[in-house]
Design a protein around this ligand. Structure first.
Ligand code: AMP
Ligand code: FE
Ligand code: FE
Ligand code: ZN
Length: 291
């Protein structure tokens, strides 16, 4: 039995509807899937229903864009209550930040004499958590660029002319939010963010696991994080980071996480929930967005 615990849908910058994610996951023979859209858990209800209908297990997930010591890192949440009020309020804020950022990126493009309207990007994205891939798609649709890669290379990559930095939640607040919503917090694809030296501090601050297996991790990189997870006594997770057809080929099926790790994740989620209950789950402090 295998799982893919990192998948995006149309609710952020993936191209599959949650039901299509599940249909594809089923074709690949997965027993368990998690949906981890950027800054939203809106797709989880539909994915859960589709998994139930297909006799598969579903774990609610989310991928929060966070920041620690000036470095961007992505925190995955698993097993939380997707209807948790604080989680909904906070993700709504992040979505607002994303929408405003789209407007700013479009304004910069216009300043470069690239005719594009924010509404064209919003119409194409058709979701509350739009991102740079939607701007890239709009640039391709408008005939300005011939590929998504070209759009990123010319305009959207960090420090390129239409790039706009994103306001992010601190990693500590992201983990706290996930815990309050009853879930476990996992560091996504550390191999892509060069944050190794921060991991012990993140664990002290509440990190529950490390995404050791990821499409862009080499075997040696996965091994390094497996050893680190073992040394620090945290969970091991893994997923494809499939965005549907966004990156040419769907990545679903590239990572097959053994079920043992799902069992350990579920055990950790159960512990987080009993601890939260025992301490009376004090009303949550406000979580602020950090630049
Ligand atoms: P954002 O959250 O708006 O900063 O956008 C980040 C998303 O852009 C991530 O899902 C990346 O995988 C995606 N991305 C980054 N570079 C590229 C690229 N060259 N082509 C397509 N997608 C990309
Ligand atoms: Fe993405
Ligand atoms: Fe990510
Ligand atoms: Zn992702």
């Amino acid at each position: 039995m295998f799982a893919d615990l990192h998948i995006h849908s149309r609710f952020s910058d993936g191209t599959y509807a949650p039901e299509e994610v599940v249909a594809e996951g089923r074709k690949h023979g997965f027993a368990v899937l998690a949906l981890t859209d950027h800054d939203t858990a809106e797709g989880c209800a539909a994915a859960a229903a589709a998994c139930a209908a297909a006799g598969m297990e579903f774990i609610p997930g989310v991928e929060l864009t966070a920041e620690q010591d000036g470095h961007e890192l992505h925190i995955l949440g698993y097993g939380f209550d997707p209807t948790h009020a604080l989680l909904l309020a906070q993700t709504e804020q992040f979505q607002g930040v994303r929408q405003q950022r789209i407007r700013e990126m479009v304004a910069r493009l216009n300043g470069l004499n690239v005719p594009l309207e924010a509404d064209a990007v919003f119409a194409l994205a058709n979701c509350r958590a739009p991102g740079r891939p939607h701007v890239a798609r709009a640039l391709v649709a408008a005939g300005v660029c011939s590929s998504l890669d070209e759009a990123f290379e010319r305009f959207l990559k960090k420090h390129r002319p239409a790039w706009v930095p994103k306001f992010k939640i601190s990693a500590t607040d992201a983990m706290e939010l996930i815990h309050q919503a009853g879930g476990a917090a996992v560091l996504a694809h550390p191999g892509l963010n060069r944050v190794d030296e921060m991991i012990p501090d993140l664990v002290s601050a509440g990190l529950d696991g490390i995404e050791c297996f990821h499409t862009k991790h080499s075997t040696a990189t996965s091994q390094r994080y497996l050893e680190m997870a073992d040394r620090l006594g945290v969970l091991v997770t893994g997923g494809s980071d499939c965005h549907g057809m966004n990156k040419g080929q769907p990545l679903l099926g590239s990572i097959r996480l053994p079920y043992l790790h799902v069992e350990q994740l579920k055990r950790r989620v159960a512990e987080i929930r009993t601890t939260a209950n025992r301490t009376g789950a004090a009303p949550s402090p406000a979580i602020h967005l950090h630049p």
